[in-house]
Every structure is written in C-alpha cells, then in structure tokens.
Design a protein around this ligand. Structure first.
Ligand code: ACO
Length: 392
C-alpha cells in the first residue's frame, strides 16, 4: 500500500471550512470589522433597524435599492395579498406530529408547494421573484398555523392592516403586539434578513450554481440553518439559559463548560473572532431585549439578566481568543421574551433570512459559475481487490 502522492495534490493548502477564502463578489451585505458596522446594500444596519420597515429592508435586499412610496406600497400589497395558504397545506400541517421541529415543517411545506407547482428554473427573473414573494409572505403564515394547530388552538386569519412582522405575531399569538413587542419582532426580522455568506447562504448558492431552482436552493439553505453551529443556536441558547436557571449559577456553568472544552451557545463567530468589536448585531438586539425584559419583569427579566451575566463571564474568560456573544444570544432571549417556544427560534430565523437567500441566489446567477471545489486525497492507493470469500 502506498499513500497518494500525486504531484498536483502536493503542497496545496487545505482551507478547512473555507475559512478566510473569498469565493464570490457581492453588493448585498458588507461587514466592516474596522468600524464595527454591517451594511445592507450600503445602508448601515443600525439605521435600517431604527428607521425602516421590514418591507423596505426586504425590498432593498431583493431589488438593490430602497423603494419609493409607490414601489413600497405595491410590494407591501403583494406580500399582504399572498398571506392565504391552500387548504391542502393546512391538512398537511394537521397530519404532522405536534412536536415536529418547526424548521422541518417549513422545509416540508416549501417542498410540497414547489412539487405541486412543478417549479423549475426557467431562468425567468419574473418567475423567481414571484416564488420569492410568495414564500416570504406565506412562510410566517405556515409557521403560525402550525403553532396553533399543534397546540389545539383555532387558527387566526391574517389581518390586512398589519405589516409583515405584526401580522406574523398576531397570527401566532392571537393578539396584536404592543409597541415594544412590535419593535422586538421587527428588529429580529430585519437583523436576521441577511449576513453575507453565512453557511446557509453559501449552501443556497452552491445548489443554485448547478442551475437547480430557487425552491431547491431555499430548501437546502433551511437544512443548513437548522444546525446548532448556525441558526439552531438561538434554540440552544434559550435551553441553556433555562438550564442555568439563575444568575448565581453562571460562573460555575461557564467554568465547567470551558474545562470540558464544550462550546457555549450564542458565543463565537467565524467572521468576528479576529475583531475586537465583536458582532455589531449584539448591542442592537440587547437594547431591545433590555427594554422588553424590564417592561415584562419576572421570569423574563431573570432570563435577560442571566444572558447579560453570561456575556460578561464568557467575554472575560474567552474574549482574548475572539469568543464574544453572537447574534443568537440576544435574539434567543428576545424570542423568549416574546413567548415563542425555543423550538420555533430557528424557524423564525428562516422566515427572515429567506430574503437574503433569494437576494444572494439571484445575484449569483448573474455570473453563475458551478461551485465545485477540490479535496486533497490523503488515503491509500493501489490496494489489491480481495474477493469477498477471502476477506477476514
Ligand atoms: N464556546 C467556547 N469556545 C469557543 C466557542 C464557543 N461558543 N467558539 C469558539 N470557541 C473557541 C474554540 O474552542 C477555539 O479554541 P482553541 O483555539 O483553544 O481551540 C477558539 O475559540 C477558536 O474557535 P474556532 O473553532 O476557530 O471558531 P470557528 O470560527 O470555527 O467557530 C462557531 C465559529 C462555529 C460559530 C463557534 O464559535 C461556535 O461553535 N459557537 C457556538 C454556536 C453558535 O453560537 N453558533 C451561532 C453562530 S451565529 C450564526 O450562525 C447565526
């Protein structure tokens, strides 16, 4: 037996996890670690959170510019008009186990929808925008319906006068969000809408680069997002905080996690580990969470305070190697403050990030190139085939 020694495979650096590699050019999202800012299409995310509606941000990401009043009205009208889902989808939701993971429910419902429509990549931008707007509008409805069906509650019909975040909250919780709750839902939706080439977005463009269809790219992206190292972390964060149970236990919890060399959820980020400023989304979400926690008090304030203590404890112990809070720490907390069960957290991430996935896929197709990297073979070659009867 000899080890593979092909000349063209020698001396080639392997970029594990594609870390530090540029694989694409984009005009959608820019993370500026020097100034600690994130830009969507050139606009400071912090300003968008403060001044823009979710619909404006979605339009900006999808079409490359802020809409004027007429464009915004038309885009919002389209989103509102598509909030109704086929009764067969409701039947499908009723067949699922009540404790199914909501992100799997979203994936199944998109698969069902695209299979029924026989959706295929025709190369038509119009068809792709149609599908995108339909899915952006319908996914929150599917999620809210599944929540209520799985709890044995009556489903709540959409309300024309509510915008996208308010309507989702209303359909899920059965009541209108108050202004602080509305701010929380809108902030989460805007903040989660894009984040450059996250694993799920890369997955989406990888699938799209074969000229498969937009629906398939989104389904693949959902599968990536589910993982606890990515979008699944906001679920783990809440479960971890509930397990810690009290501020007093934070120090011991963190110390033991570090001793066991275990990952602490809601901390660390590939893009921010060499930046002293950390993830710019954290302070934005934290302030909204603080406001809501102080308003609600009780167990909600307790969860916020555990998160804050965790932030301090982990940063002081691991900050020197770049481990600081990431978006999912306070997003998870905020979703808890909104009474969303933790299993729903990754799905809520998805109903927002779908905007970014679509924007990136459509942009990638403008200069499509099949994504097909190399792997360096390090196994044996020249092994002799042994008949089954002679093998030990
Ligand atoms: N807890 C404890 N230690 C950590 C953590 C963490 N959450 N994250 C990184 N580290 C440590 C590593 O053990 C490593 O230490 P070492 O040098 O002593 O071996 C060092 O920090 C560098 O870690 P890397 O593995 O190089 O970090 P990487 O960039 O590969 O990981 C990741 C990024 C996967 C997000 C990681 O930080 C992690 O697992 N975090 C927890 C899960 C999480 O919150 N994911 C959500 C990310 S945000 C998003 O996707 C929306």
């Amino acid at each position: 037996m000899s080890l593979c020694q092909h000349a063209d495979e020698q001396g080639k650096k392997v970029f594990w996890g594609l870390e530090g590699l540029y694989v694409n050019e984009t005009e959608i999202c820019y993370i500026d670690n020097d100034s600690g800012k994130i830009y969507y299409r050139g606009y400071d995310l912090e300003e968008l959170v403060k001044y823009a509606s979710f619909e404006e941000v979605a339009y900006l990401l999808l079409y490359g510019k802020l809409p004027n009043a007429r464009e915004l009205e038309e885009f919002s009208r389209q989103l509102r008009a598509r909030r109704f889902i086929d009764s067969s989808v409701i039947d499908l939701l009723k067949m699922l186990p009540a404790d199914a993971y909501p992100i799997d429910v979203l994936r199944l419902s998109i698969d069902y929808y695209c299979t029924r429509k026989k959706f295929i990549n025709t190369g038509s931008l119009k068809d792709n925008y149609e599908l995108a707007i339909d899915l952006i509008s319908k996914l929150p409805v599917v999620l809210a319906y599944f929540y209520r069906i799985s709890k044995g509650l009556d489903v709540v019909l959409p309300r024309e006068e509510f915008d996208h975040p308010a309507n989702f909250y209303y359909m899920m919780m059965g009541r209108e969000p108050d202004p602080v709750e509305y701010e929380a839902v809108k902030t989460i939706f805007i903040i989660y809408a894009d984040h450059s080439l996250a694993n799920s977005t890369f997955t989406a463009i990888t699938v799209a680069s074969t000229l498969s269809d937009l629906g398939s790219a989104i389904i693949a992206a959902l599968s990536s997002l589910k993982g606890p190292l990515h979008g699944g972390a906001n679920r783990e964060v809440v479960n971890m905080i509930l397990e810690i149970g009290d501020e007093e236990n934070v120090e011991k919890f963190v110390k033991e996690k570090i001793e066991r060399k275990e990952r602490i959820m809601g901390f660390g980020h590939r893009v921010y580990k060499s930046s002293s400023r950390g993830d710019p989304r954290v302070p934005i979400l934290k302030e909204v969470a603080r406001k809501l926690a102080e308003k609600k008090g009780g167990k909600y304030l307790k969860v916020f305070k555990i998160a804050e203590r965790l932030e301090n404890e982990v940063t002081s112990r691991l900050g020197s190697k770049g481990v600081r809070p990431n978006v999912d720490l306070y997003a998870g907390v905020l979703l808890y403050l909104l009474d969303i069960p933790p299993d729903y957290n990754p799905a809520i991430f998805a109903i927002s990030r779908i905007v970014g996935w679509v924007a990136h896929v459509l942009e990638y197709w403008k200069h499509n190139r099949l994504i097909r990297p190399l792997e360096r073979y390090v196994g044996p070659i020249g092994l002799k085939y042994v008949p089954l009867s002679e093998r030990e």
